[in-house]
Every structure is written in C-alpha cells, then in structure tokens.
Design a protein around this ligand. Sequence first.
Ligand code: PLP
Length: 379
Amino acid sequence: MIAYLDNAATTAVWPEVADAAAKAMVEGYFNPSARYPDAAKAAKTLSEHRATVARALGCKPSEVVFTSCGTESDNWAIRSAVELNRRKGKHIITTAIEHSAVLNVMKDLEQEGYEVTYLPANAQGTIDLDTFSAALREDTILVSMMLVNNELGTVLPVQQVAQIIKASNSPALLHCDAVQGFMKIPVTAKELGVDLMAISGHKIHAPKGIGALYIRSGLKLKPFILGGGQESGLRSGTEPTAQIAALAKACELGMARRDADIAHMQELKEYTLRRIREELPQIVPVVLGDAPHVLALTMVGYKSEVLVRVLGDAGICVSAGSACHRGTPSHVYAALGLDKAHREGAFRVSFCGDSTQEEVDALIDGLKRAGELLFPSMS
Ligand code: PLP
C-alpha cells in the first residue's frame, strides 16, 4: 500500500477527471476557433467549462483566463499589475513566506528598480495587520499575498488586507496566490476582495499543465501572450481543451464535496497530531495553521531529508519542506526564525479528501520504524 500524504505537492487525478480529459481529446478534439459545427460545439463546451471554473471561484466566466499552471498565473498577475500601475509608484508589498513563483518575480522587479517590502512572518506563521498597515504607502502599486502557505498550512489575512487597501489612499492592486487555498478555504475571489487570484489544477485532482487567473472585471491587463487572440486576446494559443475539461470536472466534483472534504481533512489532521503527541513526542508541530490539509512537523535535531527518504522506501510519501525547493534550505522556515535544528528536522504531511486513517496509521508506524533505524538512541 502507498500512503500518499504529500497532497500539497500534487494530487492524484480523479478517474472522472481523466475521463473528461480523454473525451475532450478523442471526441471533442476540434479547434474551438474553427468554423464548422463540431468546432462550434467545442467552443460551446469550452465556455461551459469556463463557467464551471468561474462558479468555483465565485466570479463571472469573463473573469477567468486559463493558464498553464499556478506559476504562470502568479508571474502574469504580478507583472501586469505593476505594468498597469506603473505611473502611480514603484513600491510593492509581499510577504517573506510567499512561494518562489512570487518571490522570484519580486527579485526581478527589484533588479528593475522597484522597491519591495517583504512582510515578516509572526510566530504563528502568518502576517500581522499592523505591520501591513505601516508598510502600505501612497506609492504602493501592488500587494501580493498568498491565501494559504504551502509549507506551514497557515492562512494569511488576505480579506482584511483588501479592506485596509480600500480604506487607504493607496492605488495598490491586490494579487492573491490561492494555489494552496482554493477548495480548502471556502471563500470566493469577491469575498476576499482581490483584483487578481491564481489557482492551479494539479492541487485539486486535475492534471499538471493547467491553471487559471481570476482577473477582476474592469481591470484592463496587457496581453500576456500575443497571437491568435484566444482567451479574450489576453493569452493567445490554441486552448488546451483537454486540460480545461479536466480542470472544470475537478471543480465540479470538488465543489460538490468541498465542505465534507474540508471536515474530513481537518479530522485526519487532528488524528495525526493526537497520535504524534501521544506516541512520538520527539516530533512537534512547527506551527499549527488553520488550513485543513497541511501539517508542518519537525523532528528536532535530525535531518528530515533522511527521514523522508526512509519513509519513501516504505511507500510513505511526505515531503521535507516544500517539494519546490529541491533540497535547498526553505526560506519559509528561515522567515519564521526557526533555529537550525528545527529547520533541518522539518517535514510536511498533507492530506486530500481521499486520504484515509489507514494512511496516517502507516505514517505513524513508518515514523516509529524510521526512528528505531535512524536514531536507535531515541527509542
Ligand atoms: N503557489 C503555491 C502556494 C504553491 O504551493 C505552488 C505549487 O506548489 C505554486 C504557487 C505553483 O503552482 P504550479 O505548480 O501549478 O506552477
């Protein structure tokens, strides 16, 4: 049995989602821009899929643009917001715990002469609103804040930040990287009050290679890719109809089970934590975030990289920090001010709606066995 507890890295594609993609490829393969009836049908299907994704995001279909992934959505949102507001200032606010899909764009913008304020994380792994208010200026043109941190599972105060911006004299646009929060935190783009919001298919049981960007209507962004004028002229290129069909199916199925999935993941998280506290006291939470699917733990003084490899050999999949860092030290743990011992021992367990108690039991057994193997002095 595989115990797959790395759902924040990616999720298994649901069979119905794969079927929807296969159908789009094999039966509905027509180019939606072509002029015969089957192509018109493909175009109609495409707009139905856009409407389904829009329902899940809580917005109008015209506010959804399909992209290739969360990283592309983040890059585009940040670049275009800065371009749109370029005459209003050169100051940007983000957080020290964003994903590299945001942070690396910020580094580029700094090279280009923009001033970027990186809000520090507090001890709870989130952002203090006072610190944000103090950083907001009349020349702040963009605020980029994630909804859920991928390594910690903490929820950031995006909604409150939107209200503070609205009440201020700042022209700042608000971008939210909701790649980890979408379908896990029951909130819509409108309720959050954001201008731009990025999501990714492969975190919600659709395949890799599809994402979307919510663009608040009225926001006139510059096209990201020029060409044949697809996606309202904003992102040209023949639409990836199979991936879009898959994303729409994942949204449709996901919405129907979202609240039950959230409750289930929360229960599993609490069960995992209870068993760890009772049976493996050498493992402690890094912080306890409110997102239902991510549990950040650390085995102080031991290298989680080794632990994760030993667990992996036993078919138990968790990650040492974020999979996106590929072995380099995590900026998120550093931003949290964790000492070296806590940082090196950190690993992440993450759930989806299909995760089971048996998988958690396998993890606990695996951790005990790994402990005996790697650290005999601890048992
Ligand atoms: N933002 C966050 C918070 C993520 O967790 C990830 C992926 O792990 C991304 C962005 C990038 O998304 P994608 O893998 O679709 O490019």
